[in-house]
Design a protein around this ligand. Sequence first.
Ligand code: ATP
Ligand code: MG
Length: 423
Amino acid sequence: MNITAIKGMNDILPGEVETWQFLEQTAREVFSAFGFSEIRTPVPEKTELFCRSIGETTDIVEKEMYTFDDKSNHSMTLRPEGTAPVMRSFIQNRLYNLDSVSKLYYLGPMFRYERPQKGRYRQFHQIGAEVIGVEDAKIDAQVLVMLWQYFIRIGIESVSLQVNSLGCPVCRPGYRDRLIGYLESRLDKLCSECQRRYLSNPLRVLDCKVETCKEATVDAPAVIEHLCTNCGEHFSQVKDYLARLKIPFVVNARMVRGLDYYVRTTFELVTDQLGSQNAVAAGGRYDGLVESLGGPALPGIGFAIGLERLVLMKGEQRATPGVPMLFIAAMGTEAIDRAFSLMSQLQVNGIRTEMDYQGKSLKAQMRRANKLNAAFTLILGAEEMASGQAQLKNMSNSTQELVTLDSLAEALTEKLGEAYTSA
Ligand code: ATP
Ligand code: MG
């Protein structure tokens, strides 16, 4: 019986991984220009961390978590998202003592037990960023500018930014009651799940993906119409800054997000290219979260980008050129030995080099050089061993040049450098 990967968890193979590396590298560059440092936390955490932060009545905690007991009967959960672990670490390591503003980013696998389909997996990857310590709307705008800049840099511009405000503990309870009243008046039109959760988590009903629920709630009261003065002012400032910074956005008053810790500004980057998996990035403010997890009362804001969805959108658009390569084809024991030491020396010098290890014919070796798309080949036989020189062939234009084997590394560094920059 063949062992296969777990359903909904994918291998990322050579040929695809280059796109991943590009997306990750670009995030590192963009985020560090905005002053963010990377943080890495463990993949499993104590289950309690997610129940307390994401919320007991959310989809994630109710049905999507990979939770299990370890051999000492401690309940642990493979992280379904990155914000709670980062906050846990921020508090535990007292990172707030380092600076009054903390800017952190993370990158790695997340786990949710969902129905696997295009753009939705059980292990998926997120790149996320968090700013802790600033309540000012300038930071909301900054985070969005950074997110927008990232999408420009990776060449995905067919996304639109939707923003909303979810209010705060001052204004949300009043809105919540009003929403419950509204939902009660049309309970029979809601799906069974919404009928069950409309009291415990009425906002989730607005996020329900069932078509009849969407229709039944088209004229639901909007949070932004019930914001307190402070939240209203904060949201206007966010919109003003975005307009000033020329970041295009639309207000989506129905956007509620699936995690309980969000307050005030929330946002999503959506695309129409991925069917119902239309969000490629999402985030918002979580001002009470750090305190609720036992840390100081510091505000925070952040987002997470779903990498699989970006890879799907990039598709075949951009095949990153591989590093050019030298293939050494050798015939005869002496030449093979020389090829082997040359190859090792070149590799140590950072030059990608390949040879044959299986005693194949010259023809078969050249076939492999072609298949590997080698930029240069070098053929070594008895004659070359005697003269200490060999023909270095440029495979793209079939020109040849006699090179001295002893100075091959220098000759190649120059040539491969040219081939690389013109690739
Ligand atoms: P959705 O509404 O699509 O379920 P979400 O609101 O649950 O998304 P978040 O928790 O905000 O998503 O995560 C941020 C981003 O992570 C999403 O916008 C998406 O790009 C990605 N993402 C979330 N869940 C998955 C998944 N199961 N597989 C792949 N990507 C995912
Ligand atoms: Mg989800």
